[in-house]
Design a protein around this ligand. Sequence first.
Ligand code: CA
Length: 219
Amino acid sequence: MSNQTLNLNNELYQYVLDHGLREPEVLTRLRADTNRLSEANMQISPEQGQFMALLVQLMGARKILEIGTFTGYSSTSMALALPDDGLIVCCDLSWSWTAMAREYWQEAGVDNKIDLRLAPALSTLNLLIDEGWDDFDIVFIDADKDNYLNYYESALRLLRPGGLIMVDNVLWGGNVVNAENHEPSTEAIRAFNRFVHQDDRVEISLVPIGDGLSLLRKL
Ligand code: CA
């Protein structure tokens, strides 16, 4: 038997869901609602949402920054894992996507933990830095790939020491190893992965869950 991570075929993936997933009903509905949109592939997988929620609990996180909220699956998953006085600052550009998110934050009873900022994320991050925020426990990066390195640098400033950066889509549907693919987003993710691999400001683990999730712990 190889010591390589298992390749999940459909049957084995279904087994993972059947034996590993405990998805709250409100998240099941949100996922179904989002799957009707043409951009549905931007939604994280349910087992990834549950994994991120577990990390929130393990870290005893209270303050989270999310860059790229879409229709709210990841923020709702993490908000449900936060204590009552927890906070997620959510950055997105889309009023319509986050309208769906707002609906589900209310249904899940976590809307009091959400601070939605509808603006270009880099502007919001600069504002937070100017305001002196430096004690986020977790930053989740899942917005436009061209800005991943910029988001990462801002995240390092906004996190407490020992804080965690989670970066989504780092395997980009497998395109990171497709030599034919030179799309800007693919090149941006490759550049990001190369950079953090060498960056001694963080401890790293590239977890092959969903579309690839890098965990980067700020030293
Ligand atoms: Ca994503």
